[in-house]
Design a binder for this molecule. Structure first.
Ligand code: ADP
Ligand code: MG
Length: 435
């Protein structure tokens, strides 16, 4: 039996090459979602074919190679569609090759696709080490399944040479999948970190600019407010003129409040300033304060809010956060859309969702959320989401967004529940559980 051990190294190189190429391309210019999907399909299909061409043939019909890795990567990094396409491509190639192990290969592939769809759903929630060892475990199990089922079905004897090839084959699969997942995950972490740094840099610049502009504007505003107040006490004014002046005062106060909010941008707030607030009450207040706006935009706002959810925050800012999100949802759903606000208490946290059936966003737009001045609206400021994200952060909360173009958007915010005395619910329960 003439075994090409050198083919193993060649296959490792063939699997790793597209990963390195991917990083090189992406570091110069970010690919669009479509281009990325096409890239993953093309390289995974090509690598599967090359692995098959350079596979180690043990018997007629038994081929050992690393084709499972590009197939695995297609599911994990290309998505379910790419994974299934690569599987279909593989089945066609395997059919054309013929041989004894064909049925086994098809069965393993079918079962593998089902497992991969579930695996992929969990994968995104794991941290890097777990992603790596779960991927290795998956590849080792698949390799063993292929070896054992092949040996049983074709009834081949296990000789020393075969055993050695099996071990090398399983080890090569594990090492290569470890390298690929490690490279791709570190690259992803690096890009996320870089984006975070860029965002923070911009935030810092905006914060400083806002602070200096706001400071300069505040002084003349204070004197204008004083004179308007003086004028409103004059007896020669008609009722309607007094009404106009009170609107002036209200708007000046609102402008002053906006300036204060932006002045706090970029500053990390003192944790001690946070106090227990009833998120349920603030949420219903926020919906109510936007009722005339939603009526004007012809958007229905429905809300389902659990009674009394205490979180730590600053009342005015918590309301500002919810108003920003609900207002965006109304604007996206306008005209004649629907916005749903829900607030659900869980064991140790509270989850707020703001859902609309409006314009939705592309992946690129979602990535830009939170960047200063990022707005797709003619009269937008592009500061709302940025402030909102900062408030969520200062409250110790997390957020996720799901959106589909022309279908709608859902923002989900999660905050740790607190007690009325200001302690966190999770701290309380851990205290209770100490015997
Ligand atoms: P502005 O509302 O002034 O444009 P924001 O920071 O509030 O600024 O929002 C930034 C951008 O995010 C919006 O211009 C819009 O493109 C997008 N966006 C935010 N929320 C939604 C939503 N619910 N649906 C669709 N797009 C949204
Ligand atoms: Mg907005």
């Amino acid at each position: 039996m003439n075994i090409h051990y050198d083919y193993i190294l060649l296959q490792m190189l063939m699997v790793l090459f597209p990963i390195i190429l991917y990083q090189a391309i992406m570091s110069d210019k970010k690919m669009s979602q479509k281009a990325e999907t096409a890239y993953w399909f093309a390289v995974c299909a090509i690598t599967v074919s090359l692995c098959i061409v350079f596979s180690i043939q043990l018997e007629e019909g038994i081929y050992l190679d690393l084709r499972m890795i590009p197939w695995f990567l297609a599911f994990i990094y290309g998505g379910r569609g790419v994974g299934l396409l690569v599987s279909a491509f593989f089945i066609v190639i395997r059919f054309l090759m013929g041989g004894n192990g064909m049925i086994t290969a098809f069965l393993v592939m079918f079962a593998g696709c089902l497992v991969m769809i579930r695996f992929k759903m969990q994968f995104t929630n794991w941290n890097r080490p777990k992603k790596i060892y779960m991927s290795i475990a998956f590849l080792v199990l698949t390799s063993l399944a292929l070896i054992i089922s092949g040996a049983l079905l074709l009834d081949v004897m296990t000789t020393k040479v075969r055993l050695l090839v099996y071990i090398i084959f399983t080890a090569a699969n594990s090492i290569t999948v470890w390298l690929t997942v490690h490279l791709l995950e570190s690259y992803r972490e690096k890009t996320e970190l870089l984006n975070e740094i860029r965002k923070n840099e911009k935030l810092h610049v905006v914060g400083q600019m806002a602070a200096s502009v706001a400071h300069e504007i505040r002084n003349p505003m204070t004197s204008v407010r004083g004179f308007v107040q003086l004028l409103s006490t004059s007896s020669s004014l008609s009722d309607s003129e007094k009404g106009y002046l009170s609107v002036c005062l209200m708007e000046l106060d609102r402008a002053n409040k906006i300036i204060s909010d932006y002045l706090s941008l970029g500053k990390s707030l003192d944790q001690e300033k946070l106090c227990p607030v009833n998120l349920s009450w603030i949420a219903s207040q926020s919906v109510n304060s936007l009722s005339s706006y939603s009526l004007m935009e012809n958007v229905e706002v429905k809300f389902t809010i659990d009674h009394k959810a205490i979180v730590l925050g600053i009342p005015g800012r918590v309301q500002q956060m919810l108003v920003n999100l609900i207002k965006n949802a109304i604007e996206a759903a306008s005209p004649s859309g629907l916005v749903q606000v829900t607030l659900r208490k869980k064991e140790e946290s509270v989850e707020a969702t703001i859902t609309d059936n409006g314009t939705g966003m592309t992946t690129q737009q979602i990535e830009n959320l939170g960047l200063p001045y990022y707005s797709t609206k003619e009269k937008g400021t592009g500061l709302g989401i940025m402030v909102t994200l900062q408030i969520i952060k200062e409250m110790g909360g997390t957020w996720t967004v799901k959106s589909q173009l022309n279908q709608g958007t859902q923002f989900t915010l999660t905050f740790p529940l607190a007690q009325e005395d200001g302690s966190l619910a999770s701290q309380e329960s851990s205290l209770v559980s100490i015997p």
